[in-house]
Write a protein that binds this ligand. Sequence first.
Ligand SMILES: Cc1ncc(C[n+]2csc(CCOP(=O)(O)OP(=O)(O)O)c2C)c(N)n1
Length: 380
Amino acid sequence: MIHAKHFIDEAARQGFNFYTGVPCSYLTPLINGVISQEGLQYVGAASEGEAIAIAAGAWLAGRGCVVMCQNSGLGNAINPLTSLNAPFGIPALLIVTWRGQPGHPDEPQHQLMGKITHEMLSLIEVDHAPFPDKREHLGEAVAHARSTMDAGRRPFAFVMAEGTVESEPLRVNPRAPWKGRLADDQRGGGKRPSRAQILERFLALVDPACAVIATTGKTGRELFMLADRPQQLYLVGSMGCASGVGLGIALNSEKRVVVLDGDGAALMKLGTLATIGAYAPQNLVHILLDNGVHDSTGGQPTVSASVRFDGIAQACGYARAASCDDLDAFEKLLLAYCALPGPSLIHVNILPGSLPRLIRPTITPAEVALRFKAFLAQQG
Ligand SMILES: Cc1ncc(C[n+]2csc(CCOP(=O)(O)OP(=O)(O)O)c2C)c(N)n1
């Protein structure tokens, strides 16, 4: 057995200084140790996939990241691990517990995943090793993880068996209760703008020092086609993860961060709105382009028509949120929210449809990740 502090100190010595994840009882001592540690940042995510996205954002902003989760949560993380970390070349140190370890009696829901945890990691090309359970092995084990991650720009996993870390008390301050404002509806009900019109207006107004993350599908494609800039990151795949990536960046960068989200994507990871509201980065502006459909895959309806996104954002603790449905109101909100402390949400009702002869980014995900990381490293 080791003490949480031994791992935390060794990991910090080797550059891991940002933690996120979803708890597991096997992880309790380590998570409690991380949460209680002065000067260490831990973001409790709503889902394991969201934690992967937050860590990706934090890595882009220059941090060394650890994601902790139960092996049953590995399923929730497969999508961003395969369609965010893999194509963009984004590393993370995963600590995945081993519930349902064969030969160790456990609950029925853990038995199948316990049998296939290592195979599953291998299948998605994540190298792995047992979580070190002796203090004298820590340095070497973390160095091996680090060098594998650095050499391949990819995640590495420690698989943690039961009883590896000495128990640790939880020292945490309760969160302040919700005290938001009511939603601000600025919708006039006229003809809605297209996504391209909103993006054009956005491009004309956005500060060149601001970091922009575009959701998967046609939003990133249109943004790239209208103007390709180093301040922009186009997510391909990892649907729903743009807001988590934006949160990870905003918590670790001085820059203002704008997330361009879709209604389908936002609904897929609605829990991230709660995480954003709770961690409340003041430099985050979340723009939700709501065309009511999965436009990128043929226009199948989402359920967004019956959802008040600005109300949800405020109920989740965003500092401000409003809905609009025309270009001028969008412009006013964008200028105002970029000058005020957030997090803020601008929900825009737009028309379905996209630019004719829409192209895809010609810059590869791995290239755009490095270009964007370098942009984030610039001062100002
Ligand atoms: C996990 C996952 N599920 C499904 C898809 C396929 N997909 C790509 S874009 C998209 C629609 C996104 O809808 P929305 O966020 O509303 O944006 P829009 O296409 O309307 O701009 C879907 C379903 C995917 N890339 N990833």
